[in-house]
Unconditional design. Structure first.
Length: 187
């Protein structure tokens, strides 16, 4: 069943912020103490949050495009579209990650003008790394998140290497090993 994308509304925003991921993915759980503020951020038009539907199921994941997909402390100087994806907890770990992420990438490629796409992934999260790596993304930077020091990686897909079409495993010559950086206190 194809996925469809819909600008997120308030009730969907509240629903996704209540999702709870089991360890070790609990770092993605929203703190209820901040939920009102986060709902307003998710509804900001410039953050481009969408809910994803599949058939009769109106909310199987949500995604965002742009600055809210970044993590503080990373170097985002390169012009690229940042992608964020969160699949509903009960649908995790069933081998469909590639399909979800490929749909998000294809939506980004037809909806935004960018030719470089970027995801930021916690270093411990090998499941998410594997999904994006299979789409052709390559890690170019590792950094410590501002505040708690949790290590994250920045992964890039260049327009010359369109992973959504085939999930190529080719490496991007010239990137070499990821650059390791510390916090920059960027907000
Ligand atoms: C990240 C996410 C999109 C992955 O989708 P998914 O459907 O759960 O992933 P899959 O079950 O397809 O697993 C993806 C791959 O990781 C592998 N994998 C699963 N658990 C793993 C683990 N603990 N360590 C290493 N690899 C793992 C799977 O075998 C699969 O590899 P394959 O495609 O070669 O078979 C989804 O889990 C999600 O949105 N989770 C929400 C929390 C989160 O992690 N967010 C990430 C923000 S960047």
């Amino acid at each position: 069943m194809p996925f469809t994308f819909h600008p997120i509304d308030e009730s969907s925003a509240r629903a996704v912020l209540a999702w709870r991921y089991p360890p070790p993915y609990e770092v993605y759980n929203e703190d209820p103490a901040h939920s009102e503020q986060v709902v307003q951020e998710v509804l900001r038009p410039d953050y481009h949050y969408y809910r994803m539907a599949e058939g009769d199921d109106p909310l199987i994941a949500y995604c965002c495009f742009g600055p809210d997909a970044r993590v503080t402390g990373g170097d985002y100087a390169l012009e690229a579209l940042d992608l964020g994806l969160m699949v509903r907890p009960d649908l995790n770990g069933r081998g469909r990650g590639h399909k979800f992420a490929a749909a998000v990438l294809e939506f980004a490629q037809r909806s935004f003008p960018h030719k470089v796409w970027r995801v930021t992934i916690a270093e411990f999260n090998q499941r998410a790394q594997r999904v994006w790596q299979k789409l052709g993304f390559r890690r170019v930077q590792v950094f410590a998140r501002c505040g708690d020091g949790l290590p994250f990686g920045i992964w890039i897909l260049n327009g010359k290497h369109r992973g959504a079409a085939g999930g190529s495993q080719r490496t991007w010559k010239g990137w070499g090993a990821p650059r390791v950086t510390g916090p920059t206190n960027r907000i």
